[in-house]
Design a protein around this ligand. Structure first.
Ligand SMILES: [Mn+2]
Length: 228
């Protein structure tokens, strides 16, 4: 029998939505020992509880049946930690909320480079080591049976092994507008939709939880796809 997979869309700091969803998944009739749990990335930014979301997911991530993928926001956060001056744009993408969620206050430096460096130093000091290990260990994609799980999508026509991390975490139009089949059915997030979009070749389950209050979980079982 094929695995029953529960895939969760973009969380963006909404621990208040993630916790009840995990309870709902555990209570679902389809959930059992062989079930797989896939998180599609964008755990941080915008919402108020990014640190809490990372802490919860990091606590699950060691299990064989739990798979955490990277989103572009996790990459932006890691980039900021390594070079805050070059990657300060992360702050405008909701990274400021992530930093606040770790209890770090904005420094008073008026010089931009000094300001972002002090923020980075504060964040690095506040983050537990296992949060950093979690972020660095995130996978780019995952294939289970005939389904590909990936944050943003893939570039049509390019073999999976040749897909770039940038495309897998950032692609929009070239992937979203492609109506033909891919080598795999693609389950993804990244581009917010008001309703989960379950198409013939892909499913977009980013329902913009940060703003909408709606976090989506798709159940994939024996080639059948349904919402939790
Ligand atoms: Mn994204």
């Amino acid at each position: 029998m094929a695995n029953c997979v529960f895939a969760v869309g973009d969380i963006h700091g909404r621990l208040d939505l993630l916790e009840p969803m995990l309870e709902q998944i555990a209570a679902s009739p389809g959930f059992g020992r062989d079930s797989q749990l896939v998180f599609l990335g964008d755990y941080v930014d915008r919402g108020g509880q990014s640190a809490g979301v990372i802490d919860l997911l990091a606590s699950l991530d060691g299990r064989d049946n739990v798979h955490c993928l990277t989103g572009n926001h996790e990459i932006a956060m890691l980039n900021f930690l390594s070079d805050p001056v070059r990657y300060s744009a992360w702050l405008d993408w909701g990274g400021d909320a992530t930093i606040l969620s770790y209890g770090v206050r904005a420094p008073h430096d008026s010089d931009h480079a000094a300001f972002v460096t002090a923020l980075r130093d504060g964040l690095a000091a506040a983050m537990p080591d296992h949060h950093l290990r979690f972020l660095r260990g995130l996978k780019s994609h995952l294939v289970i049976d005939e389904t590909l799980y990936v944050h943003a999508g893939i570039r049509p026509g390019v073999p999976l092994a040749e897909q770039s991390l940038k495309d897998m975490t950032e692609i929009r139009a070239a992937f979203l507008n492609h109506r033909g089949p891919h080598p795999y059915y693609v389950v993804h997030g990244h581009t917010p939709v008001s309703e989960p979009e379950i198409l013939d070749n892909r499913a977009d389950i980013d329902t913009g939880a940060f703003a909408s209050g709606r976090l989506t979980c798709l159940i994939v079982e024996d080639g059948d796809r349904r919402l939790l």
